[in-house]
Design a protein around this ligand. Structure first.
Ligand code: MD3
Ligand code: FE
Length: 210
């Protein structure tokens, strides 16, 4: 395996609503290595377009690795141990578990590596990540490809929000206060990265589920 390293020392460079952002944490080689791992995962467990319980399709396409994937269909959303097409989720690659170990400060390993793919017109509305059992475990987010405008609010709905562009190679650790903050992705800056051949943004979120 190619040697992957953090570009910067492991200190959060920005804090937004209690979430620690490591800007430019991953160098280009590390981003390419992660991208290759994501490609392998989606070859085995293809990206699909989740349907919300409302019947509306999400604009983000998703897959996952790990014991569980977060899925949504007409019956609702939940963690599931198989892909909607029936195949098991691939294992979370070692490299990704190592990154988790370096930033999470958590002794448990993630059970889900959710893969979100945003085409330039995709977005994710404001929501909370609250389908997990243990909110003391953080969520770790890794951004690859085009910039995404991330917005974070409060643990309750409404109120003031703050925005931040997440770029390829950025890592966000949301623990403590931030773990239950409402958040979303407002827009993608098309063409801002040449990591993905055909553009778009990938986000990996690592979660402890049980
Ligand atoms: C919450 N994904 O999959 S990264 C999701 O970029 C999701 O695809 C977004 O929200 C994405 O559920 C956001 C996860 C994240 C990162 C930082 C946060 C959630 C956060 C900071 C504060 C609160
Ligand atoms: Fe989320």
């Amino acid at each position: 395996m190619k040697k992957t390293s953090f570009e910067n020392s492991l200190h959060p460079t920005v804090s937004i609503r209690g979430a620690d952002v490591y800007k430019g944490a991953l160098n280009r080689a590390a981003q390419e290595e992660l991208l290759a791992l994501v490609r392998k995962i989606v070859q085995a467990a293809p990206l699909y377009q989740p349907v919300m319980p409302s019947g509306r399709k999400m604009s983000v396409r998703m897959s996952a690795a790990g014991e569980f994937g977060w899925v949504s269909d007409a019956k609702g959303y939940r963690y599931a141990s198989v892909h909607p097409l029936g195949m098991p989720w691939p294992a979370i690659p070692e490299l990704i578990l190592r990154l988790w170990d370096q930033v999470s400060g958590c002794s448990r390993h993630p059970e889900c590596c959710l893969i979100n793919f945003y085409s330039p017109d995709a977005r994710m509305g404001m929501h909370q990540d609250n389908d997990e059992r243990d909110f003391t475990a953080p969520v770790v987010s890794i951004s690859l490809g085009d910039d995404g405008l991330f917005r974070v609010g409060n643990t309750t709905r409404g109120g003031k929000t703050e925005s931040l562009w997440l770029r390829s190679g950025d890592i966000v650790v949301l623990g403590g206060e931030a773990r239950l903050a409402h958040h979303g992705i407002d827009r993608i800056r098309a063409g801002s990265s040449d990591l993905l051949q055909n553009g778009g943004r990938l986000n990996l979120t690592l979660r402890v589920v049980t």
